[in-house]
Design a protein around this ligand. Structure first.
Ligand code: AMP
Length: 435
């Protein structure tokens, strides 16, 4: 039985060296490849470069092929022809190149793998591709513009998307959030974008981590804005389930947490970390990420989740990302929008107090009591702040320091309330010498 012939479309481009000769050479190379037939080529046109550093104009066109090669084999042929034409592929995108062969579509195939996405995700955005495609009679209406990021609300949809990516050899970065996104969240998404092939952001205000008297009902919800932020930071998929999707009738299992969850937030908010661990465990199970991204702003949460990953054997890396702050030092938080303008100004006292303790420590102060007293004094000088807790803990495990231990690798953690109804703000700073 002869293998099936499939129609495939290729984008052709060059803006270095003898451009037309490189493209003609590639077409000759394709014609000489067993299993590849070049059925038609478009006019080659001069186009302006899109993105990247200043560079010369491109010569662009497309070719219509019939091929018996599977898509990844055809891609390998293209990469080899690019290499033979003198192209060196590095991590940087949109650099000048002697030859660009882009596999635009392959029959009706839709795939999303590490090195090949079909139809090409930017096919409809590029005039230098759409014009020559039209010239050769390609039906652009049959290509759906990809939704970016794709939004899914069902567990099954998240599972299926991630399974496809796993099968396509992709690593997955997961950024769990409760929405009302700001630059702090964006920094996590960008980090995931830089390190992983695919990025999933979850937006779910998790009732399990709120006590009945807390702000679940009035927690800020800004979904349209969140989507723009996710898109700009490079998310591929946003998972935004309803409560009944995550916790349907009969849902009964909860993750118990231990020493890491004692005191601090765990003391002030009983049940909070069990709720966090439960939802995050479920998100890990649904998406099976390669890396989970969490902010150091919630330092105790990171300690609890590291313990969860170790104890339950989730095969992933926990990445802890630095705190993103406003210009006056206030840690960014979704709850900052609750602050009155006066309290917003006053709230910067928390970072000033922690920084003063860190500076004193750097200058040689080794007594935990004196460092805590110094920070406490700064905060009590701000009448709008009501201190809830101020503690020194181990910098990494966040467990209590042994009594009388020298303050070496410690982290100072603070929570204070501002205004009425009270807005609780968290902050923390490492006092470790290399922090
Ligand atoms: P939330 O939506 O408040 O549950 O936060 C989602 C994730 O974003 C958590 O891992 C937080 O620690 C992280 N995050 C929140 N605020 C900041 C910030 N200012 N800097 C860095 N990460 C943050």
């Amino acid at each position: 039985m002869s293998p099936q012939r499939t129609e495939a479309w290729l984008g052709l481009g060059s803006n270095l060296l003898d451009r037309e000769a490189r493209i003609r050479g590639a077409l000759a190379g394709l014609r000489a490849t067993p299993g590849v037939e070049v059925l038609a080529t478009s006019t080659l046109r001069e186009t302006e470069p899109v993105g990247g550093p200043p560079q010369g104009r491109y010569l662009n066109g497309v070719a219509r092929l019939a091929t018996t090669l599977p898509p990844h084999a055809l891609l390998a042929v293209c990469l080899e022809l690019e290499r033979a034409a003198g192209r060196v592929r590095g991590p940087e995108r949109n650099l000048p190149r002697p030859l660009d062969l882009d596999l635009l579509s392959y029959g009706d195939l839709e795939i999303d793998t590490k090195d090949l996405v079909l139809p090409h995700p930017r096919l409809l955005e590029r005039e230098f591709v759409t014009t020559p495609l039209r010239e050769l009679g390609f039906d652009l209406a049959r290509v759906r513009a990809p939704e970016r990021p794709r939004v899914v609300r069902r567990n099954r949809e998240l599972q299926e998307a991630c399974t496809r990516w796993h099968h396509g050899g992709c690593t997955i970065g997961l950024v769990p959030t409760m929405g009302a996104l700001h630059e702090g969240h964006a920094s996590l998404v960008r980090q995931a974008r830089a390190e992983c092939d695919r990025v999933v952001v979850t937006i779910f205000v998790n009732p399990l981590q709120f006590a009945p008297h807390e702000d679940l009902a009035r927690y800020p919800r800004t979904f349209p804005h969140d989507l723009v932020l996710c898109r700009d930071a490079g998310a591929d998929l946003v998972f935004a389930p309803e409560v009944a999707e995550m916790y349907p009738a009969g849902f009964a299992s909860k993750v118990a947490v231990g020493a890491e969850a004692e005191g601090l937030e765990g003391g002030a908010r009983p049940g909070h970390f069990s709720g966090v661990a439960t939802v995050v465990a479920k998100l890990f199970a649904l998406s099976r990420p390669t890396v989970g991204y969490f902010g150091r702003k919630d330092a105790q949460q990171v300690a609890v989740l590291r313990r969860l990953v170790t104890d339950l054997g989730f095969p992933l890396v926990v990445r802890e990302c630095p705190i993103v702050r406003e210009p006056d030092g206030l840690a960014m938080s979704s709850r900052n929008v609750y602050l009155t303008p006066e309290d917003r100004v006053a709230a910067a006292v928390l970072h000033r107090a922690l920084s003063a303790a860190a500076a004193a420590h750097r200058a040689g102060e080794g007594s935990a009591e004196r460092l805590l007293a110094l920070a406490r004094e700064r905060i009590s000088a701000e009448p709008r702040a009501t201190l809830e807790y101020l503690e020194l803990r181990d910098d990494v495990t966040l467990l209590p320091l042994p009594r009388g231990a020298a303050v070496e690798r410690a982290r100072m953690l603070v929570v204070a309330r501002f205004g009425s109804p009270a807005v609780r703000l968290l902050d923390n700073l490492s006092l470790a010498p290399d922090a």
